[in-house]
Design a protein around this ligand. Sequence first.
Ligand code: HAM
Length: 440
Amino acid sequence: MGILTKAPRGTQDILPAKSAPWQAMERELIATAQRFGFQEIRTPTFEHTELFSRSVGDTTDVVQKEMYTFTDKGDRSITLRPEGTAGAARAVIEHGLLSEALPVKVSYLLSCFRYEKPQAGRLREFHQFGAELYGSASPAADADLIALASQALANIGIREVSLEINSIGCPNCRPAYLQALRDYFEAHREKLCPTCLERLQKNPLRILDCKNPDCAAVAKDAPLVLDHLCGDCRDHFDGLRARLDTLAIPYTVNPRIVRGLDYYTRTVFEFVSGGIGAQSTVCGGGRYDGLIGELGGPQTPALGFAMGLERLLLVLEAQGNPPPAAESCDLYIAPMGETAAVKAFQLANLLRDEGYYAETDLMGRSLRAQMKYADKLGAKFSLVLGEDELAKGEGMLKDMESGETLPLPLGEGLLEEVDRRMAARAYAQLEKSIQENLED
Ligand code: HAM
């Protein structure tokens, strides 16, 4: 296949037949976030490169290896966002949102770009749903955010997922831990990849999430950050655990979670799902109390998470969840002849204006071919319009499932009759499904 008809590696088209599960999932995620008080924020697809190197960190894999960076025609270094936290932080600082009542809570749905090796659940363009909370240092905020993630996952139908939490300390306790890591890795330096050798002095924490298998083997026995927390960080972590217990949200403490981004302090967490292969983290997040100040905003504690939508869909598929059906056509109007075609066109638009999904012929098909097409659309009702119907001012509305037909006025009273028939059909279907459920 030529380059003109093949999407770039690591990207994927969401075709019309697959859009219903995406739309259903996105609706549910946004609605859940709203119930927790998070309002949507939309930020640009690209930002100044420095925003990411300063926030995500210039010793991370994301910044060192994975960013789509280019120089624009004005000689600026620009990067397609690899994640949503940095852009959201920049926006809330730029627009002064942090001087309003705290906490400020935002959520987002966006595409992200990372030049990674594509595999199942790992793309170069992927989509995230995320939430960020600014202004609270309390572990209650961490629990609130984790509760949101947990309810969001449940609401979209994810069943088998486990929550893993950890604390990676703060600027008080981090230096001693970093020194312990340096000492450990120094003793194994011959096994480290060239990038990790550089990280050894600058940021040994990043060696812990290097994807190189030799580095990962050494990292397995490295000192654990949980053993090096200061009293305040330990209290914060205990506070989070107590809150999660109150909400009966199950979790395990995984002292090996460090996350791959530099801005985190204290709490980090991941939701992991089995059954979708190596890329099993469906959601990752944590606290980043230093970032807002670091970027030039007022010192503001903050925290957030993001989930990968492609991975969530993989989990739903692996669980065997039936995909939500696309909306089916309410009424197909099949005209015969030019005059009827004009009337059908008007009626279809009138019904659409009333909120119905109405279709008519745009292909000049025969009546038979039109009815076949109406079937393909899953139309609930059809209406044939010919000379006779136009002359009488009345057509026959046909229920495509039962075959039952009833007269439909084409002028006054049309909308009322359509409303009545649609409601009666929906009611009959509801009764049928209740009956079926009772029999099960
Ligand atoms: P992250 O762990 O880099 O965190 O990404 C969050 C989620 O995005 C991952 O758990 C995964 O589900 C999905 N994801 C990441 N990379 C890919 C990829 N190449 N292909 C498909 N899915 C992917 C962040 O991005 C942080 N900004 C999360 C956060 C928000 N922390 C605080 N606030």
